[in-house]
Design a binder for this molecule. Structure first.
Ligand SMILES: NC(=O)c1ccc[n+]([C@@H]2O[C@H](COP(=O)([O-])OP(=O)(O)OC[C@H]3O[C@@H](n4cnc5c(N)ncnc54)[C@H](O)[C@@H]3O)[C@@H](O)[C@H]2O)c1
Length: 422
């Protein structure tokens, strides 16, 4: 039995339920309080997870005055990530922050610097790092199986054009589609999973220059369409549904990025890495982050779409050309079965819990804040390049990036003012 950690949750919306599913697998992590400005959502949540009313708060700042909380899990929308993460860390709590770190590089840097300044243990949710694909790919790369890596591609395009009957547009929550709350769309949403995974595998190279373009063209529906003709009431979202870019790094590596959640292309290819000796190709860049978060069935019953492959093409030790599927999901199950500690490499929250309790150290854990910050720099490069219509250097991105966060939030309980200083 590991050390007990008492955790409070801020934001009891959609994703908090997935967090709760995972926390239920880690009994030492005890959820002792929760906060949400939406009182009815909060009450229902409290009933579902058996938290008494005294532990539910409409103002998270009141909750953080308690003296029996060890760490905080932040599940609010993107443009509150920086304001609330800063508040939490300044109040003296370690912080687990939903992705993306923030909508802009500027805000992500604030979060990163605040963790350093306060000395708090910060982790950013990037579930794709906790896939067996990432673990296996990293081992192959570190062992030199790819030779000199010179080019990679990050690609995930979903055909989500038609809305679902019982959900908002394309199954995406309002806080995802609203510019003021989300900041940006797919580029920073699923983008962090795919770009973050790739930057980690490439060894976090330094960006030299980025050329990019955002698109907001596909009408995919709106939350009100359900009682009218679902195929007629389409409109673009308030944020981009496609982000494309090309980056060159200071070490000479090149990277293509194509991230979209509403294209009229059924199959646009997936991520790959190619080197002088071998290459790796993904069937999907697995962003499920282990079976705890998704409640995956046993391997044999997994639908094809969530049974990711990782294919190596190159030369074997005899110099023969081979194509090998590393069967990530099966390997993950075996590794976890034979060594329970392996779970920390297959689940975000287990990883954070082990970091909090000292099983993982600053040196051995995945540095998710740094990976998220570097991802933010690249996605911000695409945004700024798209705005000005020319390529942009890393130095220019850093100089031009601005805050997009909600530093003054209107709530049913008055205005919540947040402070960007630390
Ligand atoms: N929905 C998903 O499938 C999903 C998946 C992975 C990550 N995420 C990330 O999780 C975050 C939240 O997304 P979501 O889909 O759960 O959004 P959501 O809108 O369903 O939930 C956000 C919740 O935060 C609450 N909130 C707003 N301001 C608050 C405040 N000041 N104090 C306390 N609570 C406050 C809202 O009332 C709402 O209940 C986003 O950053 C998103 O990128 C979502």
């Amino acid at each position: 039995m590991g050390k007990s950690v008492r955790i409070a949750i801020i934001g009891t919306g959609t994703i908090s339920h997935r967090h709760m599913k995972v926390w239920s697998h880690i009994p030492e992590a005890k959820i002792v309080a929760a906060a949400d400005i939406n009182e009815s959502v909060l009450k229902k949540w409290g009933e579902q997870y058996h938290l008494p009313e005294k532990d539910l708060y409409t103002d998270f700042r009141e909750m953080l005055k308690r003296d029996d909380i060890d760490a905080v899990d932040v599940c609010v929308f993107n443009n509150l990530h920086a304001p609330i993460a800063l508040y939490v860390m300044k109040a003296g709590y370690d912080c687990y922050l939903e992705k993306p770190m923030s909508a802009t590089y500027y805000d992500s840097k604030l979060v990163y610097d605040c963790a350093k300044a306060t000395g708090r243990k910060l982790a950013v949710q990037i579930s794709s790092l906790f896939s067996a694909q990432t673990l296996i790919a990293k081992k192959l790369i570190d062992a030199g199986k790819l030779g000199e890596i010179y080019h990679a591609r990050v690609s995930e395009t979903l055909w989500r054009r038609r809305p679902h009957v019982d959900r908002s547009a394309a199954g995406l929550s309002e806080s995802y589609q609203d510019k003021a709350m989300a900041g940006h769309g797919v580029l920073i949403d699923t983008g962090i999973y795919h770009i973050g995974q790739m930057l980690f595998l490439l060894g976090l190279p330094e960006v030299d220059v980025v050329l990019g373009k955002l698109h907001q063209k596909v009408h995919i529906g709106n939350p009100d369409w359900a009682d009218s003709n679902q195929y007629a009431v389409h409109r673009p979202m308030g944020v981009e549904e496609m982000g494309v870019g090309f980056a060159v790094f200071k070490n000479g590596l090149s990277l293509e990025i194509c991230e979209a959640n509403a294209t009229n292309v059924s199959e646009a290819g997936h991520s790959y890495i190619t080197g002088s000796r071998g290459g790796l190709q993904y069937s999907i860049p697995d962003a499920f982050g282990g079976d705890w978060s998704m409640g995956m069935p046993p391997f044999g019953q997994l639908p094809e779409v969530i049974r990711p492959t990782l294919t190596y093409t190159g030369l074997d030790e005899f110099g023969f050309a081979v194509t090998t599927d590393y069967r990530p999901y099966e390997n993950m199950q075996d590794l976890k079965h034979y060594d329970p500690l392996m779970t920390q490499w297959f689940d975000n929250q287990q990883h954070w819990y082990n970091y909090l309790t000292g099983v993982l150290t600053e040196e051995t854990r995945y540095d998710t804040p740094l990976i998220a910050l570097k991802t933010s720099l690249l996605s911000e490069g695409i945004v700024l390049s798209s705005e000005r219509g020319t390529a942009i250097t890393a130095e220019e991105i850093k100089a031009l990036s601005k805050s997009d966060a909600m530093w003054h939030q209107q709530t049913p309980w008055g205005t919540f003012d947040y402070d960007a200083t630390f």
